[in-house]
Design a protein around this ligand. Structure first.
Ligand code: PEP
Length: 254
């Protein structure tokens, strides 16, 4: 596919996979995806599997990400993980503000912005998630909600940091539900997000930022979604838990 921006496809494993299961999955991905150079491929295992997966992907084209990170560098923050700890395992990407964390951990845009700053300060790349609920979409609030999330979650980043930030548009109603935004809905919303980034930063930055689509992406819909002008990859949940389906998504997007 012919786009200026390199596609980036990330698998969010959420709270799945023991170490043995994680290694099994990575083994399969390394075999299936060994020759893929056209796409940045990222796997985001749970923290408990980071050390082993980190060793397993060393000699491969798979890059490592995590599903969250603390906004603090060190100290009395029970249960939290700091950037310096992630860097010990060659982590490159950090998912921030996933709708499940916004919902269950009550993460706000302001907190996500602090985390994004911490991720950049550690020379890692954030994947910042935004997305509307079904009620918000049906109530005609999609653009308002996304404009607030985009400006709030990316507040304070420099232009250079923004250009290296990945945004994941994940309509909450499409996550884990089997419902996918139509390609037209996805393109329209991605273009809207890019326009917001142009307003907040500038056109050059907006043209460089990669915007992933997430929400029930599977091998059968991946190609069409990622062929859209402003869709630069995918953040994949359920279908990233099996080597075959995640690999097929990646291969079908090339
Ligand atoms: C996600 O949670 O980021 C996600 C997109 O999940 P799924 O692919 O299962 O809808």
């Amino acid at each position: 596919m012919n786009k200026d921006r390199k596609l980036i496809i990330a698998g969010n494993w959420k709270m799945n996979k023991t170490v043995a299961e994680a290694l099994d999955l990575v083994r399969g991905l390394k075999i299936e995806l060994a020759n893929v150079k056209e796409v940045d491929i990222v796997v985001c295992p749970p923290y408990t599997a980071l050390a082993d997966v980190s060793r397993a992907v060393l000699d491969s084209n798979l890059r490592l990400g995590t599903q969250n990170m603390s906004e603090h560098n060190v100290g009395a923050f029970t249960g939290e993980i700091a950037s310096v700890m992630l860097k010990e395992f060659s982590v490159r990407y950090v998912i921030l503000g996933h709708s499940e964390r916004r919902q269950y951990q009550k993460e706000s845009d302001a907190l996500i912005a602090k985390k994004a700053a911490a991720v950049h300060a550690a020379s890692l790349k954030p994947i910042v998630c935004v997305g509307e609920t079904l009620t918000e979409r049906e109530g005609g609030q999609t653009e308002k909600v996304l404009a607030t999330q985009v400006s709030g979650s990316l507040a304070g980043l420099s232009k250079d940091q923004m250009a290296e930030t990945i945004v994941a548009y994940e309509p909450v109603w499409a996550i884990g539900t089997g419902k996918t935004a139509t390609t037209a809905q996805a393109q329209e919303t991605h273009a809207f997000i890019r326009r917001q980034i142009a307003k907040l930063f500038d056109e050059t930055v907006a043209r460089r930022v990669r915007i992933q689509y997430g929400g029930s992406v599977k091998p059968s819909n991946a190609r069409e979604l990622m062929s859209q002008l402003d869709v630069d990859g995918a953040l994949v949940g359920g279908a990233a838990l099996e080597a075959r389906s995640f690999s097929d998504i990646i291969k079908s997007s090339i």
